[in-house]
Design a protein around this ligand. Structure first.
Ligand code: NAI
Length: 713
């Protein structure tokens, strides 16, 4: 396919390549456009027909990156390396043209897009353009010169900051850093680009040290080999601390940047391509790319047509939040942050006052960090209207209930809201485990009722689990989805059932850990095993965070629903009755001093009948906890609680801390092979019981030798 670049000559003998295929929504640097660019460059060299070159785009964005599918298709490190060398060759050709070259950058300029721009002499960007090398978020490093040209342009420190985080730099800041040569209003972008292509023609300087000139100390450090060694050691220590050694890409990025800096550009590029190739075949990269696909899939509102038909594109502008406790406060804060007004009702004024001061603190912190302007603090606060009752709720579009976890109370509140509400108002419960159908049991309009299960703290946790019953209308789900997206959440839609997906998987996971404890294993050992697997905290710590009373209540609900495979650990009741509720009252599986977690509470062991120290191997602790989680996820797929394995992986990674480098429970099965998992589960079932009997989805996959994500490499 051709037609990726429109080619024209403008006054002053300037050649313009405008990227933008008529059939493509965005510009990605795949094989086809690169081949076309290569031919165009050859033509330019051969004919010597132009005095300058501008590369720009006629889409909203300049270039959003490489074509991920093409990277995935490479079957070996060598194949990927060769692909990378090929693209480098084209960008080298661009860099070596003997006429001035200018990248005119609008919108997003990401990954390969920025690498192309770096191969130009000049970069001119819109003030609001966003420039980044986000490869690290896919477990990769830039493979087309980013790790070599960027440090040479803006200095090692600034380059590492971009390469190791993937952060987006706005045009204005990019100018300060020396990443671009001009930042201007979009209307004059092309004009400015033209002046660069004309004016600087005779002075094609390589602005190698531009970003460094403003920082003499840094310059001194970076410009000598000893200084660079010190920098590298410090950077390695920081990466080790941040990644806990779970991700190889940041380490390879450091090698590419530091080792490459010592070499000629050509050798540095070779090194970069080799490291890029190696990373492309790692499970970490495959998992992160998988999550990229999963989240892209989940961005689409599945009921968009219902949304359009009923709401005609109008977004939720007014919400009602009932209960101003921990969760209600967080929900109202995020709504206000995203520009949605809310009424916040709670009969307890102290709770509401805590909620408002929490929101104020949150916005003030944001202002201090320059994420918002100082005047926006009051502006955002004005979005929340507190009250003691639900007066005024009749005009709200969505009501979110976050009162105590008590079905009768939730039913009463639903009735009160329904009596006053209009016929396009939806009622969403933030219950963590109660079936939505129970809450809606006496509802006059069950089609308007669903669950919007947020995670704590709402301001930080990305996941929203929307829970629908068989009576929930599509337009109501569409409404909740639209509001969730406005709130910036990663959304999964699941079928109503006890514990939905997330609470259920988590309950089995934590119950398994508690059973292991009861068998004689120490608290810290269980936690250490699961953090070794990659969870951010272990299950015992997590139980303290959730609250032992809450955890035990959820487990009772699970026991009722799945009696054949839930065992309540002996002694859990006694632990709760001893007043150990977790972090919230400073006593749990761990001791807490002034809110800080201390040592494990040895007193716990005395509360477990016949507790006798024993030592289960770490591998078996990991296997039991991780596999019970995975198996329950597969049961959720069997039962239609999950619509797609993607949802299971998103829910587990973004809501429950399942290690992203495994890609989620379903991707984990694909990594290991379903047969291996089923065999391991059967072995555990023989030893520990029915909860390990493999779910149908796993058995089927094992028998067919299939994968949950066959289209992924
Ligand atoms: P909380 O105890 O902090 O807050 C509950 C609030 O509801 C209190 O401020 C209380 O005064 C208020 N309330 C009681 N009766 C009311 C009424 N008739 N009208 C208005 N407000 C009333 O509880 P939290 O933690 O905020 O939990 C709320 C809901 O969210 C529960 O259903 C819980 O299961 C669920 N949830 C909690 C999570 C957590 O981590 N805390 C996570 C996800 C869901």
């Amino acid at each position: 396919m051709t037609g990726y670049f429109k080619v024209e000559k403008i006054e002053g003998d300037i050649q313009v390549f405008t990227f933008g295929h008529a059939d493509k929504a965005v510009n990605t640097l795949g094989e086809e456009p690169l081949r076309e660019l290569n031919d165009l460059l050859d033509d330019l060299i051969e004919k010597k027909s132009a005095q300058g070159l501008i590369i720009t785009s006629d889409k909203k964005d300049f270039i959003v990156g490489a074509n991920i599918k093409e990277i995935e298709a490479f079957k070996s490190a060598e194949e990927t390396r060769d692909g990378s060398l090929k693209m480098q060759g084209i960008l080298n050709k661009l860099e070596n043209l003997d006429i001035p070259t200018v990248a005119a950058i609008k919108g997003q300029c990401l990954g390969g897009g920025l690498e192309l721009a770096l191969a130009c002499d000049w970069r001119v960007a819109e003030q609001s353009a966003k420039l980044a090398l986000p490869e690290i978020q896919l477990g990769l490093i830039p493979g087309s010169g980013g790790t070599q040209r960027l440090p040479r342009l803006i200095g090692i420190q600034s380059a590492l900051d971009m390469i190791l985080t993937g952060k987006r730099i706005e045009g204005k800041k990019a100018l300060k850093m020396g990443l671009v040569d001009a930042a201007c209003h979009e209307k004059v972008l092309f004009k400015v680009a033209k002046t660069y292509a004309l004016k600087k023609r005779s002075q094609k300087l390589k602005p190698k040290t531009k970003g460094l000139s403003d920082n003499i100390t840094r310059f001194a450090t970076e410009s000598n080999p000893l200084g660079r060694k010190v920098m590298e050691r410090k950077a390695r220590e920081m990466v080790e601390k941040n990644t806990k050694g779970f991700y190889p890409a940041p380490f390879k990025a450091l090698s590419a940047v530091f080792d490459g800096f010592e070499k000629k550009l050509e050798k540095g590029l070779e090194l970069e391509a080799k490291l890029f190739g190696e990373l492309s075949q790692t499970k970490e990269s495959k998992s992160l790319i998988h999550l990229f696909h999963a989240t892209t899939h989940a961005k689409k509102n599945p009921f968009e047509s219902a949304n359009k038909e009923v709401f005609k594109g109008e977004k939720t502008s007014l919400a009602g939040v009932i209960g101003s406790g921990f969760m209600g406060a967080g929900i109202a804060t995020v709504l206000a942050d995203k520009g949605v007004c809310s009424r916040l009702s709670d009969p307890n004024p102290e709770s509401t006052s805590r909620a408002l001061s929490g929101a104020y603190k949150y916005f003030t912190k944001k202002a201090k960090r320059k994420k918002i302007k100082p005047f926006q603090v009051d502006q955002k606060m004005a979005h929340i209207s507190p009250g003691l009752n639900t007066n005024g709720f009749e005009s709200t579009d969505v009501v979110i209930e976050a009162v105590f976890e008590d079905v009768a109370l939730k039913q009463k509140i639903l009735k009160e809201v329904e009596e006053k509400g209009h016929d396009r108002q939806i009622f969403a419960s933030n219950t963590s485990a109660l079936p939505i159908a129970d809450i809606a049991a006496q509802s006059a309009h069950p089609e308007r009722v669903l669950g919007m299960h947020f995670f704590s703290p709402v301001e930080k946790m990305p996941l929203l689990e929307i829970v629908v019953t068989d009576k929930t209308a599509e337009w109501a789900t569409a409404r909740a989805f639209e509001l969730g997206q406005t709130m910036g959440k990663q959304i999964i839609i699941v079928k109503d059932s006890p514990g939905f997906y997330t609470t259920r998987a988590l309950a089995f996971f934590m119950a398994e850990a508690a059973l292991i404890l009861v068998e004689g294993n120490k608290i810290e050992k269980i936690d250490a095993a699961l953090t070794e697997f990659g969870f951010p905290v272990g299950p015992m710590t997590l139980m303290d965070e959730v609250g032992i009373d809450v955890g035990s209540h959820v487990l009772d609900t699970m026991k009722k629903a799945f009696a054949d495979r839930v065992s309540i650990p002996d002694g859990l009741e006694a632990i709760k009755e001893s007043g150990r509720l977790g972090r919230k009252n400073g006593k749990g599986f761990y001791e807490y001093h002034d809110g800080k977690k201390g040592d494990p509470d040895e007193g716990i062991y005395q509360l477990v009948p016949n507790w006798k120290a024993s030592s289960l191997p770490t591998d078996e602790i990991i296997d039991r906890c991780a596999l019970v989680f995975i198996n329950e996820s597969a049961h959720c797929l069997d039962e239609g609680v999950l619509n797609h394995p993607y949802d299971g992986d998103i829910g587990a990674v973004f809501g429950l801390g399942f290690p992203p480098f495994w890609g989620g429970p379903f991707k984990y099965v694909d990594h290991m092979g379903a047969k291996v998992i089923v065999d391991r589960l059967r072995g555990l079932a023989d030893k520990y019981g029915k909860r390990f009997e493999p779910a149908k989805a796993l058995v089927k996959m094992a028998e067919e030798g299939g994968k949950f994500f066959p289209e992924e490499n």
